[in-house]
Design a protein around this ligand. Structure first.
Ligand SMILES: Nc1ncnc2c1ncn2[C@@H]1O[C@H](COP(=O)(O)OP(=O)(O)OP(=O)(O)O)[C@@H](O)[C@H]1O
Length: 619
């Protein structure tokens, strides 16, 4: 159970006001027992560089970030800012030594005490473009607050956060239409829902103009005044933005060259005998010094930064109960019972369904294409279903169906997880849900859609090519197509979780070509060399082709019609085909079982590889 905070009427209460915003200044407060200071010392981070060499990215950095303060990690490009943030958040563990929160990083495996109480907002705003601001906020509230608050209370929390961050006007705007500054603020708003006491942000002002940057930073400062420990990396801020920071930690070449208040920078530089020129932005001058443009002062600055305390007075955190007591308002505490994974499953399922419905390239276009291609297949193999003289062509129809469904199911699946990887990593770090919940919801949402696509194509192709009009045989044929399609998708998902998208699509294409070779069409099973028969036994397309052939020609199918013009109709008796291609001993249920077993196995393996990929940066 987590404590959301003091609340009044809805769940929030007024606090500090922001000079940069005209909207009603209401900020979430962090309860006093949840205030967290972050201490770390002698943090070193070494990476492999080249074949045998190593590179020291962080060389014994120490620091203290206090609750109620907005801290900036600054430094020239490549200084190690993001690396420091990743180490402190616990995202980067391998190659790291030192202590965070008094605990050795290598012993604790990066799991510092505040890990579960913190959120990490990465540089790319991973907002789903298909949802409105209000929709993603509602989903985040469902993920984080579950049923511990009523829907109405959750809506009030959302409205208050949106108002606090100046986003009320964008409530119904889809995320793809938000401006850069609005996107940053929505990313912050999403994480504010469960009122985390620690917030890390990687370059929240990148890509913003000076006024949008000032707006974002002043919002962060106001949130910090609610008791949060807010730490962000930042590139060359303007003088007015720089002054908003309570604490500044400057890194150069992996070492601390300044740590203290923004206002102490000028005296610090004075003491280092590097006086900041009049009318010069101290932040710019500090960066010039740190990047070595004015000579190598790194060691001197490091010594001076550690020799004296440059930190300003600790910011006073307002007592959240005070305003209410003053106004005689009744105070209430909201205890947040974390939602169960089942609750989160329903939210994820709902999100996936809406996503599938709204992304017309995924659903509408595919549906139309399957419909049209199904008709083309049907017309191309017209009469092949009943005409005994076209039985081999009909066997070709089965093979083409396998290849078509194989490609169209596998290729989009290769890209599926890589496309969502960054969002997935962010939501995993911020404890929105467990990966297995996401994976199950993905499967449950996706398989029916895959089945609908397959049904549309198969129905068109089956009936237009005049296949046998027997419902049992049609259902057998359709089921085999469904299994083939789901199996192909499983292979695509596996490739997407093991290689990059370019290699994945390349390997997928080659894989289907090889499967086609051993499916029993180009070389019939009866003609295949025995030492290569194992390749056919492992080949899912072989089972699919056999299953399709058996559903149409097996199980005592009656003799086919042949046109009078045909003097000799070799495949008039359907069993002849099955016997010549080596499928006379085939059993439909064995093919179904083989495909089903392969699907289950691959889905399990894909989960393991997905898990590895999601956590690959964190160990
Ligand atoms: N996992 C890693 N493997 C190899 N090199 C790394 C790794 N992580 C960081 N580095 C190197 O460490 C240095 C510091 O990287 P970092 O991203 O922390 O810098 P930064 O200060 O955030 O830079 P920027 O402002 O340009 O984003 C860079 O030279 C980078 O190439």
């Amino acid at each position: 159970m987590a404590l959301l905070g003091e609340c009044c009427s809805a769940a929030l209460q007024p606090a500090a006001s922001s000079s940069h915003s005209s909207h009603r200044a209401v900020y979430l407060q962090v309860p006093k027992n949840k205030l967290i200071d972050i201490d770390f010392s002698d943090v070193k981070f070494t990476v492999k560089d080249g074949r045998k060499g190593t590179k020291d990215v962080l060389r014994g950095v120490s620091g203290r970030y206090l609750s109620g303060e907005l801290t900036a990690i600054m430094g020239p490009s490549g200084a190690g800012k993001s690396s420091l943030l990743n180490v402190v958040t616990g995202v980067q563990v391998s190659g790291v030594t030192g202590t965070v929160g008094g605990v050795s990083i290598s012993e604790a495996g990066g799991a510092s005490g505040f890990r579960k109480e913190s959120c990490y907002i990465t540089q790319d705003d991973m907002l789903n473009p298909l949802f409105t601001v209000h929709e993603i906020m509602t989903m985040a509230a469902d993920f984080k607050l579950g049923s511990s608050l009523s829907t109405k209370a959750k809506q009030l929390v959302i409205e208050d956060i949106l108002e606090t961050l100046g986003l009320t006007g964008t409530r119904e705007t889809r995320c793809c239409r938000l401006s850069g500054g609005q996107r940053k603020r929505v990313s912050i708003a999403l994480e504010l829902i469960d009122n985390p006491p620690v917030m890390f942000l990687d370059e929240p002002t990148t890509g913003l103009d000076s006024s949008a940057s000032a707006q974002v930073v002043s919002t962060l400062k106001a949130l910090a005044r609610g008791g949060r420990t807010i730490v962000c990396t930042i590139h060359q801020p303007s003088a007015s933005v720089f002054e908003l920071f309570d604490h500044v930690h400057v890194i150069a070449k992996g070492r601390t060259v300044y740590q203290g208040s923004a206002l102490s920078v000028v005296p610090f530089l004075q003491e280092a005998e590097l006086p900041c020129p009049k009318y010069h932005n101290p932040a710019d001058f500090l960066m010039d010094v740190a990047s070595g443009e004015l000579g190598d002062h790194g060691t001197n600055l490091e010594r001076l930064a550690n020799a004296k305390e440059w930190r300003g007075e600790r910011s006073i955190i307002k007592d959240p109960t005070q305003d209410f007591t003053d106004k005689g308002t009744r105070k209430a505490m909201v205890l947040i019972r974390k939602p169960t994974e089942l609750d989160r499953f329903w939210v994820l399922l709902h999100r996936s369904m809406i996503q599938l419905y709204r992304d017309w390239t995924v659903t509408h276009l595919k549906l139309a294409l399957h419909f049209v291609v199904g008709i083309i297949f049907g017309l191309y193999f017209a009469d092949a279903g009943w005409d005994g003289s076209k039985t081999i062509s009909n066997f070709g129809f089965f093979m083409c169906t396998c290849v078509y469904l194989g490609y169209t199911s596998m290729m989009p699946a290769v890209l599926r997880f890589p496309q969502e990887m960054n969002t997935l990593k962010k939501e995993q770090y911020n404890n929105w849900y467990k990966l297995r919940t996401y994976y199950i919801a993905f499967i449950v949402a996706n398989i029916p859609v895959q089945m609908v696509f397959c049904t549309v194509f198969t129905s068109m192709a089956y009936f237009i090519s005049s296949q046998v009009a027997d419902w049992t045989r049609f259902v057998m044929f359709l089921s085999m197509c469904q299994l083939l399609s789901i199996m192909s998708e499983s292979i695509g998902l596996f490739l997407g979780t093991t290689c990059n998208p370019v290699n994945g699509t390349f390997l997928g294409a080659i894989f289907i070509a090889v499967c086609m070779l051993f499916a029993g069409f180009l070389v019939f099973l009866a003609h295949m060399p025995t030492y290569l028969s194992w390749a056919a036994d492992l080949n899912y397309m072989r089972y699919a082709l056999e299953g399709l052939s058996l559903s149409v020609y097996g199980y005592g199918r009656e003799t086919l019609e042949c046109p009078r013009t045909e003097i000799y109709c070799h495949f008039r008796v359907p069993a002849t085909l099955l016997s010549e291609v080596g499928m006379e001993d085939g059993r439909y249920w064995i093919d179904v079982s083989a495909l089903a077993a392969m699907i289950v196995l691959l889905r399990l393996v894909s989960f393991v590889t997905l898990k590895r990929k999601v956590s690959c940066n964190t160990r």
